[in-house]
Ligand binder design. Sequence first.
Ligand code: NAP
Length: 436
Amino acid sequence: MATSLKLGLAGFGNVGKGTYDVLKRNKNLIADRTGTDIEVKRVVVRNPQRVRPLVDADIPVTSDWRDIVNDPEVNVVVELIGGIEPAKTLILESIAKGKHVVTANKALLAECGNEIFEAAQKAGVNVAFEAAVAGSIPIVKSVREGLAADDIEWIAGIINGTCNFILSTMRDTGRTFSDVLEEAQKLGYAEADPTFDIEGIDTAHKIMLLSAIAFGIPVNMDKVHIEGISKLDPKDIKYAEELGYRIKLLGITKKSDKGIEVRVHPSLVPNKKLLANVEGAMNAVVVKADAAESSLYYGKGAGGEPTASAVIADLVDIARTAEVHASQRPKMPTVSADKNVNHWTDFGDIVTSYYLRIPVEDKPGVLADITRIIADNGVSIEQMIQKEAPTKEKGTEVILLSHSAKEADIQRAIRTMQALASVRGPIVLLRMEELN
Ligand code: NAP
């Protein structure tokens, strides 16, 4: 007999409408393929009048999310409202009533996931969130199930299409960040308030969730180092290109003997790596695991129907596992009363290689001072080049690529170099990821 899910659909924006449309269009296909009959029982939005004509007449469309929670027939709540409240209360109250939850809300899960996953564990229901990370790419399932045999070493991803579109366009055109951001807003790739995207916060939410799944840790946004792309100078994109690298905003999580690190920052990626060639608004994630070794996942990280595809895949999983004991269902991230229980790597202890752009005076001895300071701090230089012909007024710029070094060591070297009278402006630091 077919399993039946009766959905309370909260939110009918990009993803909510996408989910409704795909469910309707592919109803028979999904039922045949999975033995799952998925029926939208009711819809809740802020403005029901707008949505009423878009939904079949027999499905109630109302404005109070409690209508979903209080409907005893609704057995799965699909939260596609976004933001913290009322999404959080809707989810917690639904869990309390024994309803499973599917959500695309990365901000909520990264900030409040421990409370939500703990409540779900206690209630014996599932909170599924494939759509919260990298849209249509089944990365949560791949890490949790496809790589279930493996010890995962690191994950690195381009998981914000807005930033990747901006960086690709800056590289292609040589235009400034603010100029390209404006274009991205006109094209609908960036929100009117783009802060979450461009300052790396959205990427941080997603990589935190992937870290939690890969390493079995509670979510803890306080431990994520976050730098966005808003201060990136087109000059560094150009220089990186000349040196054989592309700059990408990466979310990175890694396990080492120092602990677990989670970080987001613009990174130089060798241009022969597949990840460096992910262009425009596309997303991609590389997972390095001990047995499977390196695997790459590529696809649309946003958009109504691409994201709906992940929402519906979660619904199918819920239908398949609804009758089994909670311990046999796909595992949710670990919950712990103490978010700091794990050993997190101090940011100063991370090890990577570095790109420095150092504006200096054109006079003898300057390069010798720089190399001495770098060496004194235990960092070794892979390449050092002078990019522009020096002039007396403007001086010149030195680009330095380091071998692997500790963040604390390179930061100490930068502080010392910055104090030199011959260094004429702020030193630019970017991290390099060889992804080996
Ligand atoms: P959206 O287009 O802004 O739609 C939000 C929907 O939620 C609207 O239908 C809105 O109602 C409804 N809503 C807002 N506040 C509400 C409230 N208090 N009570 C009831 N309904 C309320 O958002 P979206 O782009 O679909 O994103 C939804 C979620 O998916 C977010 O968590 C987002 O981060 C995540 N996500 C989105 C994408 C994407 O490509 N857009 C990709 C991955 C994940 P009205 O229609 O009446 O305004």
